[in-house]
Design a protein around this ligand. Structure first.
Ligand SMILES: Cc1ncc(C[n+]2csc(CCO)c2C)c(N)n1
Length: 230
């Protein structure tokens, strides 16, 4: 185990080691594998992007809450920049991809989010509004870290599919990886300030979000609808 100058492993490494089976399950998901080899049915990808539009609208609010809770000017600036980036980078990706996959983003915004989208965003919003800054950062970390790891893996051999290639490259970019490193450094700093109870909650919210990341892709692969429509 790599340790810092004080002889203890950084907190993010502890998180990663405890969650290894979930990481492995994410890399094994049919959705991820099929984006990687370019064979994913477009209907599943379009469902994913639609749910992602709804997810990101809530995610930006969670990051804005991070700016409110920030304990230093540098941390506040980071959250404000990341919140603005969700609007810019993610939405540009969606608005660019949406017409190519037959999706009307404004129509999507009028829809009720699907079950896993609701569960994941409600979890993030609850932690953001009832937890500490450390808890919030632990809860949002899988969102960054999973996409960085998946982007990095899939970019090793890009598929022969324009839409999937563009999506992968967005998450393999150095700019995106810098924002992931900022969140990893922040979770490490906040963990050193946290007591045992807060660190336990940070572990719990991290793992819950990581599982929701798995479920979010699984939901799209199954194009899950709410049972029993009115
Ligand atoms: C379900 C879901 N989880 C994570 C991301 C990736 N992501 C969304 S916002 C953000 C931070 C700033 O861009 C990152 C990395 C996604 N798109 N959808």
């Amino acid at each position: 185990m790599v340790t810092d100058a004080g002889g203890t492993a950084p907190f993010h490494q502890e998180l990663e080691e405890h969650s290894r089976p979930v990481w492995d399950a994410i890399f094994e998901l049919p959705f991820v594998r099929e984006v990687g080899d370019g064979t994913l049915a477009l209907e599943r990808f379009a469902y994913f992007i639609a749910q992602d539009v709804l997810y990101l609208d809530q995610f930006a609010r969670v990051l804005a809450r991070g700016a409110t809770l920030a304990d230093t000017p540098a941390t506040r600036e980071m959250f404000l920049r990341h919140a603005a980036n969700v609007g810019r980078v993610e939405e540009r990706l969606h608005e660019d991809l949406a017409p190519r996959i037959g999706l009307d983003v404004e129509a999507v915004r009028r829809q009720e989010p699907a079950p896993v989208t609701v569960a994941y965003t409600d979890h993030l919003l609850r932690v953001a509004h009832t937890g500490t800054l450390g808890e919030l950062v632990a809860a949002v970390l899988p969102c960054y870290w999973v996409y960085a790891r998946v982007g990095e893996r899939l970019a090793r051999r890009l598929p022969d599919h324009d839409v999937y290639r563009q999506w992968i490259l967005a998450y393999a970019s150095p700019e995106f990886h810098r924002s992931v490193d900022e969140q990893l450094a922040l979770v490490d700093r906040l963990a050193t300030l946290a007591g045992a109870d807060e660190r336990r909650l940070m572990h719990q919210w991290f793992l819950r979000s990581l599982r929701y990341e798995w479920m979010f892709w699984d939901q799209a692969y199954r194009t899950l609808r709410w049972p029993v429509a009115p």
